[in-house]
Write a protein that binds this ligand. Structure first.
Ligand SMILES: [Zn+2]
Length: 288
């Protein structure tokens, strides 16, 4: 009786079940991948929906990249490594996931500190996005990571005051710990407003809707959606996956005379860096 209970409890540990089935399937993958995949179907109930989706993604990754990246199946011993392969001429540890929102930079740091390189392979509708997470460690404070972010700037004006009908946007590498910044790129975009203008417009729309008795506007949700859209757009333009996006923000410390200081305030960031990136860092105005 006690033995059976122990067995039942053991069988229910999803990580252990996952690793056991993974070992069996990848041993078979080397011999006959078609048979291996029929076994995966057989394990579907045992694995549960999350485990099944995860293992299916790993198999798909192995099949698609085995030759190109010279993949070796890793033992998965708590080092966030499903495969080891060669990406861009360098050996990388690769973590396959169906949802990058569950990943945290901290789980890769112990080995990154020893020089290991990682990629997160994000599975989406049959394709993989190899996300680089080898953010350099900061030379100033030694503890932070240098993260690529975008800072939206307010509308540009000519010297005589007329609007240029465009905004400049910065690609800013920022240290997550000490806030040391470097502007890596600056571009001009039409119709991509900064967050202060966005909040002004949203507040105005919210008041109007209230006065007219229309459905209420969720300013926070609208701003987050805008930040995500802008982040995707600028990631394409800058050619680097942005970790966070924000704008310049004046933080008032003395309400009587309006005294305060400028900050960069992030409106959206990848969950990957949520233990690393602060919401705000002091901003040196001479930078942009
Ligand atoms: Zn630093």
């Amino acid at each position: 009786m006690a033995g059976n209970m122990w067995k039942a409890a053991k069988a229910l540990d999803p990580a252990e079940v996952y690793n056991e089935k993974r070992r069996i399937i990848f041993s078979q993958m080397q011999k006959d991948s078609v048979v291996a995949k029929t076994w995966l179907e057989g394990y579907r109930n045992t694995l549960g929906p999350t485990g099944y989706a995860g293992l299916m993604a790993e198999i798909a990754f192995f099949e698609q990249y085995r030759k190109d990246l010279n993949l070796v199946v890793a033992a998965d011993i708590g080092d966030a490594t499903d495969f080891v392969g060669v990406v861009g001429g360098a050996m990388h540890r690769i973590d396959v996931t169906t949802n990058i929102a569950f990943k945290r930079l901290a789980s890769y740091e112990p080995l990154q500190l020893e020089g290991a390189l990682y990629k997160v392979a994000v599975y989406d509708k049959g394709h993989f996005d190899l996300v680089d997470i080898n953010f350099p460690f900061c030379e100033h404070c030694q503890s932070g990571r240098i993260l690529p972010t975008a800072v939206l700037l307010e509308e540009s004006h000519y010297r005589h005051g007329d609007s240029q009908w465009s905004n400049d946007q910065l690609l800013v590498n920022i240290c997550s710990a000490c806030g040391e910044v470097e502007v890596a790129d600056r571009i001009t975009t039409p119709f991509l407003y900064d967050f202060q203008s966005l909040y002004r417009d949203l507040d105005e729309a919210r008041r109007q809707a209230e006065n007219l008795g229309e459905a209420p506007i969720d300013v926070g949700a609208e701003a987050r959606a805008y930040a995500r859209r802008a982040g995707r757009y600028l990631s394409d333009i800058f050619g680097t996956r942005l970790i966070a996006i924000g704008g310049k923000n004046y933080e008032i410390t003395n309400p009587r005379d309006g005294d305060g200081y400028w900050t960069v305030k992030f409106e959206d960031h990848l969950p990957l860096v949520q233990e690393h990136l602060l919401d705000e860092y002091p901003w040196d105005l001479s930078i942009g």
